[in-house]
Design a protein around this ligand. Structure first.
Ligand SMILES: [Zn+2]
Ligand SMILES: [Zn+2]
Length: 245
């Protein structure tokens, strides 16, 4: 009888623990009070983008003496330099998907902490005056309820004491997610996709934040409007880098 009571009490304590600390690993969904679980931590270490990296977009390159990746050797970017944290593979891709489309807003805290742990010294060297998240179109933001890039920006800004401006850069074109655009349409779209609010006052250095970097066309489009307004340097940080390299 005493055993039964004791096991019932233990059951309640455990239940309360889960209730009080319902922390789950943002990468596998298992309960983990420390956030990222040990198993995922190991996988993430393997997915972390290590040196040698492209001097411009931060994608991994094959040889240490190779300064730029194939893409950056053949296309001029409008931004100056940037870095992604992980390669966009399992479980990073799944985690970002949950973060973006399934309201897992709290994941931003882990992403920001990991970005800072890896790149704090680089961010300090870049010394940005302002962090700008890549914006969603107003309509998309309304549908989703939040802009995932803004959540990560806020966390990075808060942890490093850098101001975040979520208002000045706007996405002026709504792209229907169901509609597949041809190459020409996409290019045309990106040329006018971002705009700056009239009251935006340019600062020398801006850090753009987004969830994924693939071809760089989004970051370039944003950097283009900023530089046109007089911003001198535009850097970027993303959680992951797509596999298109
Ligand atoms: Zn995990
Ligand atoms: Zn590159």
């Amino acid at each position: 009888m005493i055993n039964m009571i004791l096991s019932f009490i233990m059951y309640c304590i455990k239940g309360a623990g889960v209730f009080l600390w319902p922390e789950v690993c943002p990468f596998c969904g298992n309960v983990s009070r420390r956030g990222i679980c040990d198993c995922c931590r190991k996988t993430l270490d393997a997915l972390k983008i290590k040196n040698p990296k492209c001097m411009q977009c931060g994608k991994p390159v094959r040889f240490p003496e190779q300064e730029y990746c194939y893409d950056c050797m053949h296309a001029a970017h409008l931004y100056d330099r940037g870095l992604g944290l992980w390669i966009h593979r399992e479980p990073v891709n799944q985690s970002i998907y949950q973060f973006k489309y399934h309201n897992q807003r709290r994941f931003c805290k882990y992403y920001a902490e990991e970005i800072i742990r890896a790149y704090c010294h680089v961010i300090k060297k870049w010394d940005p005056d302002l962090i700008l998240p890549i914006p969603l179109h107003r309509r998309r933001r309304k549908e989703r309820g939040y802009n995932q890039a803004a959540l990560i920006s806020r966390e990075i800004g808060r942890l490093l004491g850098i101001p975040v401006d979520e208002k000045s850069l706007v996405r002026s074109i709504y792209t229907d997610p169901q509609k597949r655009l041809g190459r020409g349409d996409r290019k045309r779209n990106l040329n006018q996709v971002f705009a700056l609010k009239k009251d935006f006052l340019p600062v020398p250095v801006i850090l753009l934040v987004d969830d994924i970097y693939t071809t760089g066309s989004t970051i370039d489009a944003a950097a283009g409007v900023l530089k046109k307004k007089g911003v001198e340097k535009v850097y970027f940080l993303t959680i992951s880098i797509g596999q298109g390299y």
